[in-house]
Design a protein around this ligand. Structure first.
Ligand code: NAP
Length: 333
């Protein structure tokens, strides 16, 4: 994406958040609902008469406080707050059981909102207790694993929908590591989770993880033909996503004003999520500026990009099978 396209997209005037009872009779599950885009989406949903909202978060107490405030405004609002840590696959694995205990038999919409940006420090990769690089697990593996884990509950919905939070940064992400996996006979999953950290760049991993997510969701669409799958790009928005950034004097003087000037409010970012929930009637590879859009990554449409999408999807299915055998059996390959 060129600078001018980025600025043009950021300054596109967005429609207001959808109103009306578009969630009437619907059960919505969202990860990471206590901050930024998730929190603002939650506020939109609270006014749309959902049957039930399920908030899967690692910060349970702050989320419960938010829920109490929302219930004082919307007295019939029914909400479950469930502990989930993207960096602990067991908390995802046990989700159906936890939801069963709370009487949840159907989910209509899953929103994989939670994610991290590990900042701009030059450092070695961090690994989760599951053995994956932290950003890879948080932004790529866990959203996929969460979605597949919830398939039985989604299959009880007449019109199931899964959203993933993508990012425009996928268009400028470096593709060297992916191509190394593809062209040198290593697996892409192995390259991104290499314990030696060879090729890892903490400053690049966020964009790379969103490119991997875009590759994955693109392949998931034909594999789950009965579910509407939408990768939503909220645009650059003022949230807590930059919490791990070190602000050098140069960045404070030159970078920060540019970003602040062009960033949207978190509420405007969230309109992209709530518009996809309310309006998307089919799967969309990319949803931006509150409507169907397109990825500006020319690499994704190149020969290597197409081959890498296929290879990575296959690898990820194998990875999920290792974690939870049988979980991918519903996918149309
Ligand atoms: N802001 C932007 O400009 C932008 C642009 C494109 C895409 N996005 C995407 O939008 C999504 C939301 O981000 P945001 O901008 O709203 O950032 P944010 O304010 O930092 O919110 C991130 C949310 O993810 C949760 N989270 C992080 N790690 C988690 C973990 N291991 N387990 C469970 N929850 C976890 C956080 O919970 P805690 O509060 O407990 O940490 C928080 O609720 C992300 O996927 C991000 O990549 C954002």
């Amino acid at each position: 994406m060129t600078l001018w396209t980025f600025i043009g997209r950021q300054w596109t005037s967005l429609p207001p958040a959808p109103n009306g009872d578009y969630l009437k009779g619907k059960v919505v599950l969202m990860t990471g609902a206590n901050s930024g885009i998730g929190l603002e989406s939650l506020k939109h949903f609270a006014g749309a008469s959902p049957e039930r909202l399920i908030l899967c978060v690692r910060s349970v107490e702050p989320t419960e406080k938010i829920v109490l405030e929302l219930q004082s405004l919307h007295e019939n609002l029914k909400v479950e707050v469930v502990y989930l840590d993207l960096c602990d696959l067991n908390t995802i694995r046990s989700l159906p059981e936890e939801l069963g205990k709370r009487g949840v038999e159907r989910i209509d919409v899953v929103i994989n909102n939670a994610g991290i940006n590990p900042g701009n420090a030059v450092k070695d990769p961090d690994f989760t207790k599951d053995g994956y690089e932290r950003t890879f697990q948080s932004n790529v593996l866990s959203p996929l694993f969460t979605s597949l884990t919830l398939l039985p509950l989604l299959s009880n919905s007449p019109k199931p929908k899964i959203l993933f939070l993508g990012s425009g940064l996928h268009t400028s992400a470096e593709t060297d590591l992916i191509e190394r996996g593809l062209l040198e006979g290593e697996s892409i999953v192995a390259v991104f989770n290499d314990r030696t950290g060879q090729g890892f760049d903490n400053r690049q991993i966020y964009g790379e993880s969103k490119l991997l997510l875009q590759m994955l969701t693109r392949s998931l669409i034909p594999s789950l033909p009965n579910i509407n799958i939408i990768t939503v790009s909220p645009g650059l928005a003022r949230t807590n996503l930059g919490r791990d950034f070190n602000f050098s004097p140069g960045f404070v003087i030159f970078g920060a004003p540019f970003l602040l000037l062009n960033a949207r409010s978190a509420e405007k970012g969230a309109r992209n999520v709530s518009s996809a929930v309310a309006l998307a009637e089919q799967s969309y590879d990319y949803w931006a500026e509150c409507g169907p859009s397109y990825s500006e990554s020319s690499w994704l449409s190149s020969g290597n990009g197409i081959k890498a999408c296929k290879a990575f999807y296959k690898e990820m299915i194998e990875e999920v099978e290792k974690i939870s055998p049988g979980l991918t059996k519903e996918l149309v390959v």
